[in-house]
Design a protein around this ligand. Structure first.
Ligand code: WT7
Length: 649
């Protein structure tokens, strides 16, 4: 985060108390919970685990052999049973489980009973296609009902799902299929994006070449306009096999608490994405607990999380959290501005959304569009607002509070990560006084702190590394196929203490203010991208000799991608080459990794030990006075770059 923004954030003085009526009715309204859960986290988590249905009760709550944790050992359960089947007999059979709104305006409501039938059918389809317990199933689908149905069908039969966001390119999908050694791929003929057709099947065809995938299950979403081709002997249409597959009750596999529920790839500091491993019992306890604590979920709530299921937010707060809690979850396929800029507000009004969970980048966009789009709609059903993905700037927080929440709805700014599984630092809306821009304090059962270089807790008013001292149920268990990387990345700095990679400040009241990543990971519109991934995409182009990528501050996106590139001998730089390189990155990774700007440099600023000084590149891109350049091998390099950057502006 840039220095000015950080200053404004840390000078924020406003406080907001939970409204009295909210507090009285809140699920969590006894302040002692923080204290007692910190004193005895195992009892706290064991109490929370009682909200799930276990086939076999667990014998121990947590076994901690740093960095490896086991939660609820001996216990057996099934995530799909907890999210679906058990609600058929707890009074929710005909309650709306998923309310789906398609981009072109098509709509579908699945009750718990209807969802159960579709999950049973899909589970049988997967079994018939040879999927067995423990097999990996890669899922590359748009935001259509078959997506959560596929997740739950995998969970029901004990297969491990690995969802790849539909915005990733064929190459990125290929890499993730290979790493997970997936057996089958579930995809669609195409998807919609702002009225255009996204060629998912064409990407899938390219991605499955030279992998272990022998079956591709294809949902017909678009039809003729997708122009998808089917390969005989490999590709099967979902709608065709589903017609001949029974939806009758199907017994859920009894999974061990520590059996893997899913893999989800995320970016780190190297070019290779990591498959984050989440297991069944602990993950589901974390997801379910946070629905009741952070989101104060009640039986009549309608929960709208605007994230895509391709990211962890969608896994936890569109699927496993709300459904395990028996809630109604709203799922929207399209963009907030297509065809009109009031799409979210129309959805909130029409479905009576009570809890809205979205990202600061979207809130900033709504601010820019102006409140008239909001004012056309009756948002009086809303009672709680959530934010996730990056630090929320106080102006955006205030706008959200006033224009969406009408001053009435508490805001929960939730800090967490793919690795943490569920919200970790966030207010409890009936208990915690909020401050715009602060995620406030760790939720009960989470022992998070801000520490200095030696790992000592910093005094109030200071900053340092965010850490989590004790294990928690929904923590990642390892990195798929690379336990060494898991150890090094997350537990390599402080012994037995989890390092998320974020910098944070602790204020005089002990509130935590997340300042952003401290490593070479950037956050573009709430999407996490490793600079090394973009760099390796760039250098794989024949014209490029070397590349350095940084995130520079951006009003709307939080960070925007700037690439500094040196070309090979004999290559002439041009605007055409810029366009070509941007396209090359999109082909390698996906549209979310497209550099906003590419600057050609004769040389990149390096230390004498040949390390690229990204800090200086950020100074250049953000138009700041350059920081310390004395460690540079050749200080003149940055002056040239700076002059060039200003010219390009
Ligand atoms: C990174 C994790 C799980 C949320 C979706 C992103 C940043 C996330 C906040 C927040 C400040 C936040 C952190 C974190 N982040 N939420 N409320 N305040 N920063 O998941 O892709 O795994 O990214 O997002 O930097 O490390 P992710």
């Amino acid at each position: 985060m840039d220095a000015n923004k950080m200053d404004t954030l840390l000078q924020e003085q406003r406080t907001f108390h939970p409204p009295d009526d909210f507090q009285v009715k809140a699920n969590f309204n006894n302040p002692d919970i923080y204290e007692s859960a910190l004193r005895d986290p195992e009892s706290y988590w064991s109490e929370q685990a009682q909200h799930l249905s276990w086939f076999t009760p667990y014998e121990s709550v947590c076994d901690w052999n740093p960095p490896h944790a086991e939660w609820f050992s001996g216990g057996q359960l099934n995530a799909a049973y907890n999210c679906v089947d058990r609600h058929l007999t707890d009074g929710r059979k005909n309650k709306a489980a998923i309310i789906w709104e398609g981009e072109p305006g098509d709509r579908l409501v699945l009750t718990y009973d209807m969802l159960a039938r579709e999950v049973n059918r899909a589970a049988r389809m997967l079994k018939d296609l040879g999927v067995e317990r423990g097999d990996r199933v890669t899922i590359y689908l748009p935001m259509i009902p078959e997506l959560p149905i596929s997740l739950l069908a995998c969970a029901k039969i004990g297969a491990i799902h690995s969802v790849v966001f539909g915005g990733f390119s064929a190459k990125a999908l290929h890499e993730r299929i290979v790493d997970a050694d997936a057996k089958i791929l579930i995809t669609a003929d195409g998807g919609y994006r702002r009225g255009n057709v996204i060629p998912l099947k064409a990407n899938a065809d390219e991605a499955v070449e030279d992998t272990g995938i022998d079956t591709v299950l294809v949902v017909k979403r678009v039809g003729a306009a997708a122009n998808a081709s089917m390969k005989a002997g490999r590709d099967v249409w979902w709608h065709e096999i589903s017609q001949s597959t029974s939806a009758a009750p199907l017994a859920a596999e009894a999974m061990n608490s520590e059996d893997i529920l899913y893999l989800l790839y995320t970016s780190g500091t190297t070019g290779k994405p990591k498959g984050i491993v989440h297991t069944t019992g602990g993950y589901l306890v974390g997801a379910n607990t946070s629905m009741r604590s952070v989101f104060d979920l009640k039986d009549d709530d309608v929960f709208f999380c605007t994230a895509d299921i391709g990211w962890v937010t969608g896994h936890t707060y569109l699927v496993y959290g709300p459904l395990s809690a028996g809630a109604t979850t709203v799922m929207y396929e399209g963009s907030p501005d297509y065809p009109t800029r009031d799409r979210y507000w129309d959805i909130c009004e029409r479905y009576g959304v009570t809890i809205l969970y979205t990202a600061p980048t979207s809130i900033r966009m709504f601010m820019k569009w102006g409140s008239s789009h909001v004012e056309q709609h009756d948002l009086s059903q809303l009672r709680l607002l959530g934010s996730v993905g990056e630090p929320i700037n106080p102006e955006a927080w205030m706008w959200y509070h006033e224009h969406i929440g009408h001053g009435r709805c508490p805001i929960v700014d939730t800090w967490w990560q793919t690795e943490t599984g569920c919200a970790m630092i966030a207010p409890l809306p009936g208990l915690t006084v909020t401050k715009p821009g602060s995620a406030t304090r760790p939720v009960p059962g989470i022992d998070a702190d801000v520490v200095d270089e030696e790992g000592n807790s910093v005094a109030p008013g200071n900053g340092g590394y965010l850490v989590i001292r004790k294990p928690w149920p929904s923590m990642l268990r390892t990195v798929w196929g690379d336990d060494e990387r898991f150890r090094k990345t997350y537990f390599g700095k402080f012994d037995g203490v989890y390092l998320p990679g974020d910098g944070a400040h602790k204020d005089k009241d002990g509130y935590i203010w997340i300042l952003g990543r401290m490593d070479d990971v950037i956050n573009v519109s709430g999407h996490r991208i490793g600079t090394a991934e973009i760099e390796s995409a760039l250098v794989s182009h024949p014209a490029v000799a070397e590349a350095a990528v940084i995130g520079r501050a951006d009003e709307l996106k939080g960070q925007a991608i700037t690439a500094f590139v040196t070309v090979r001998e004999g290559v002439t730089t041009s605007d055409e080459l810029v366009t070509e390189l941007k396209k090359h990155v999109v082909d390698k990774i996906g549209a979310m990794a497209r550099p906003e700007e590419i600057l050609f440099a004769a040389e990149l600023p390096k230390t004498r030990s040949a390390k690229i000084m990204r800090r200086l590149l950020r100074d250049i891109a953000e138009g700041r006075v350059l920081g310390d350049t004395t460690t540079l091998a050749d200080p003149s390099v940055v002056d040239v770059l700076q002059a060039q950057y200003k010219e390009a502006d």
